[in-house]
Structures are given as C-alpha cells and as structure tokens.
Design a protein around this ligand. Structure first.
Ligand SMILES: NC(=O)c1ccc[n+]([C@@H]2O[C@H](COP(=O)([O-])OP(=O)(O)OC[C@H]3O[C@@H](n4cnc5c(N)ncnc54)[C@H](O)[C@@H]3O)[C@@H](O)[C@H]2O)c1
Length: 270
C-alpha cells in the first residue's frame, strides 16, 4: 500500500483555489506531500478557509497566485512562476467555475429571456477556460512525460437540475439554475475523454471528478428536498471529496484515464 497515495515531490496547481471547494483540493494535495500553486482570478480575496490552509503549510509548500482561466498570457505567466517556485507542474486540478446558486442573489430570468451572454460566459469559464488551462499546464506536463489532471465536473453534467428543489424560494420570476451550467459540465466530461486520449501517449492522465451537492449554507427546505433524492440520504461533506481527489491525483489510479468519477451519493443512479 505504501506510496500508492503519496504525492511527495509532486507539484500541484489548483484553479479557483480561493472558493468553497478550492481549499479542500489544495489541502488534500498538501497533506499527501505535494507543493501547491493556488490560482484564482486577479483581485479575488482569500477566504478564511484558504487562510487557515496557508497558515498550516506556509509558503514553502503553498503559494497563492492569480491568473484568469480565460487569459492565456496570465496562465503562461503563472506557469513560469510555478516553475520558478516549485518546478514543473505534475498535478492539475481544474476547479475554477461559475454557477449562479440562489444564495448569490443574481438577476433572475425566465427561460426564454436568458441573455445569450449569460450562457456564453458560463461556457467560456467552465469549459473553454478549463481547456485553455489544460493547453498551458498540460503541455508542460506532457513535455515532462508525467502528470495527472483532474477536471471538476458536477452531478449536472449527467442530469438536469430539478426545478422543484427551488420552488419554495420566493420571487418572480422563480429561481432556475442557468442552463449553461449543466451544459458546460457535460462539456467538461467530454473534454476529459478528448484530453485523456490526446495526452495518454505523453504520460499524462486526465479524469473528471463530479461532486454532488456539497453541504454549505443551503436552506433547510432545499436540503430536505435534495437529500430525499440521494440514495445515500445526505449531501456531500468536504471530507467526502478528499479521497476521490487523492485517488485520481496519485499512483493509486495509475491505469485510470478518461473517466468521470461521480461523488454524488448515488444521485445520478435514478
Ligand atoms: N459547491 C458545490 O456544491 C459543487 C457541486 C458540484 C460541482 N462544483 C464545482 O466545483 C467547482 C468549485 O465550486 P465552488 O463551490 O468552490 O465554487 P466557488 O464559486 O466558491 O469557487 C469558484 C472559484 O473559481 C474562481 N473563478 C471564477 N471565474 C474564474 C476565472 N475566470 N478565472 C479564474 N478563477 C475563476 C472564483 O473566483 C472562485 O474562487 C466549480 O467548478 C463548481 O462548478 C461545486
């Protein structure tokens, strides 16, 4: 068993690192022995959770940096700083993404009125941005002939959001999840297969990890309705995500590439 889940000497890069799930991925890689470059868009403040991880590991192991996933020059500059600080990247977690949860309080639209640019922006960041990051960092891994890339998908890559989860939330028009969100995540799963096929001859594995709903401030009625739809009967916790990430990042999954590992308590089974 020893060494199977070991990331000693590895250099991890995590995008969208300052959000809700980012610190979980960052801390998991650090705990397994990697050094990590944590990327987020310029100006994004560090969350309390990220600061806790920073204080725990210090700058020798973890550095925060910025790059917009839609900007090739910013990504190339971040890659250069990664090489300088830690060496060539060998694990990439493509986590940056945009959604529009009800708590964000964004402008609501009826289905037929959703502006084209709202849909395009979600597709741009979640799918095209992920591809761009992989072009830049994946090429560096391929040149080094080793690497593991983990693309963060979603349960909504596989199924449509159930609008009834939100029908207790007051307001007109009613809240609906943006249609481009699931479409972008389905694209992530398909891009994962494409990239896995292209990078396999260069020693780089590419897999998707698709979380279900992760517990974090959702209202009680939403939680009740959501959990009733989950075979395991609950939402995901932060702890549920760590093992699957470590599996895909480490030698434990050396012969696994192109899969979508669903970490959704069985949500998408029925
Ligand atoms: N939280 C969940 O329940 C859940 C469930 C399934 C999938 N996911 C996916 O997990 C990932 C992380 O989700 P989260 O809940 O932490 O979201 P979040 O909004 O808390 O964090 C996303 C991060 O991405 C960054 N980001 C957005 N646009 C960017 C850009 N153009 N360039 C660089 N960084 C950018 C944001 O600044 C933010 O820090 C997303 O891809 C999301 O779709 C989340």
């Amino acid at each position: 068993m020893s060494g199977l889940f070991d990331l000693d000497g590895e250099v991890g890069v995590v995008t969208g690192a300052l959000g809700k799930l980012g610190p979980i991925w960052v801390e998991t890689l650090l705990e397994a022995g990697a050094r990590v470059l944590a990327l987020d868009r310029p100006g994004q403040p560090a969350s309390a959770e990220f600061k806790r991880v920073q204080a725990r590991f210090g700058p020798e192991r973890l550095q925060a940096d910025c790059a917009d996933v839609c900007s090739r020059p910013e990504l190339e500059a971040a890659l250069a700083r990664c090489r300088e600080a830690f060496g060539p990247p060998s694990v990439l977690v493509n986590n940056a993404g945009i959604d529009a949860p009800p708590a964000a309080g964004g402008k609501r639209f009826r289905l037929e009125e959703i502006p084209l640019d709202v849909n395009l922006r979600i597709l741009e960041v979640n799918a095209a941005g992920l591809f761009l990051v992989t072009q830049v960092f994946g090429a560096a891994m391929a040149a080094n002939r080793r690497g593991a890339i983990i693309n963060i998908g979603s349960l909504y890559a596989s199924v449509s959001p159930d609008a009834r989860f939100y029908d207790h939330i007051p307001g007109d028009p009613p809240f609906i999840k943006p249609p481009a969100y699931g479409a972008s995540k389905a694209a992530v799963v398909n891009l994962t297969k494409y990239l896995a096929a292209h990078l396999a001859p260069h020693g780089v594995r590419v897999n998707a990890l698709s979380p279900g709903g992760v517990l974090g401030g959702q209202d009680e009625e939403f939680q009740r309705k959501f959990c009733a739809r989950v075979p395991l009967g609950r939402m995901a916790t932060d702890e549920d995500l760590r093992g699957p990430l470590l599996f895909l990042a480490s030698p434990a999954s050396a012969y696994v590439t192109g899969i979508n590992l669903k970490v959704d308590g069985g949500f998408t089974l029925w």
